[in-house]
Design a protein around this ligand. Structure first.
Ligand code: FES
Ligand code: FES
Length: 193
């Protein structure tokens, strides 16, 4: 099949690159442009490892034909650092909150977190879980990933952390359960929300 030329912007720079019209954007970014932060995981849109921003929208590139990317603005993790090497606040939050384990899922999740941060809104932890639910982490460090996303929102938008998960409920003991002379101490109900 004849090759075509993709003309688009990748990480702020104009790019022209040949591609096979049957090719996914995942293959073009990794194999032709050397952007190896874009990970090949499931290749069926389930794991989110191949996520980049296309015109600001987090997109699974394994399901996205390169042909559709003509004229688009593509951002990968390689394009997040400032010119002086300073990491993007989302990248720094992932480091500071220990949200990186083996790192395979991390670039895709970071790009979704950048999309979330760019909305300028704040979210509850449950909302962040839903927004990031398209990503699978084989190392299962989900709590720290949510912490990092919340931290990144705080760093960029400075409008307060999402509400923390509710703590245990404090229940005062019934007077008849307290032995004579013992101080009245509330008790914690384990696992209550
Ligand atoms: S490799 Fe694209 S979603 Fe898994
Ligand atoms: S950090 Fe290892 S797969 Fe997520």
């Amino acid at each position: 099949m004849d090759m075509r030329i993709l003309k688009c912007t990748v990480n702020g720079k104009p790019v022209q690159v040949g591609y096979d019209p049957r090719e996914s954007l995942l293959d073009t970014l990794r194999n032709r442009l050397g952007l190896t932060s874009v990970k090949r995981g499931c290749e069926v849109g389930e794991c989110g490892a191949c996520t980049v921003l296309i015109d600001g929208v987090a997109t699974d590139t394994c399901l996205y034909l390169t042909d559709w990317a003509q004229g688009r603005d593509i951002l990968t993790v390689e394009g997040l650092q400032a010119a002086d090497g300073t990491l993007h606040p989302v990248q720094q939050a992932f480091i500071d909150d220990f949200a990186v384990q083996c790192g395979f899922c991390t670039p895709g999740i970071i790009m979704s977190a950048v999309e979330i941060v760019n909305t300028g809104k704040t979210y509850t932890r449950d909302e962040l879980r839903k927004l990031l639910s398209g990503h699978l982490c084989r190392c299962t460090g989900y709590e720290n990933i949510i912490n990092a996303a919340a931290d990144a929102i705080e760093r960029v938008n400075g409008s307060g952390r999402p509400k923390p998960a509710p703590g245990p409920v404090v229940v005062p003991p019934r007077p008849e359960d307290v032995p004579d002379g013992a101080p009245l101490k509330p008790e914690l109900v384990a696992g209550a929300e």
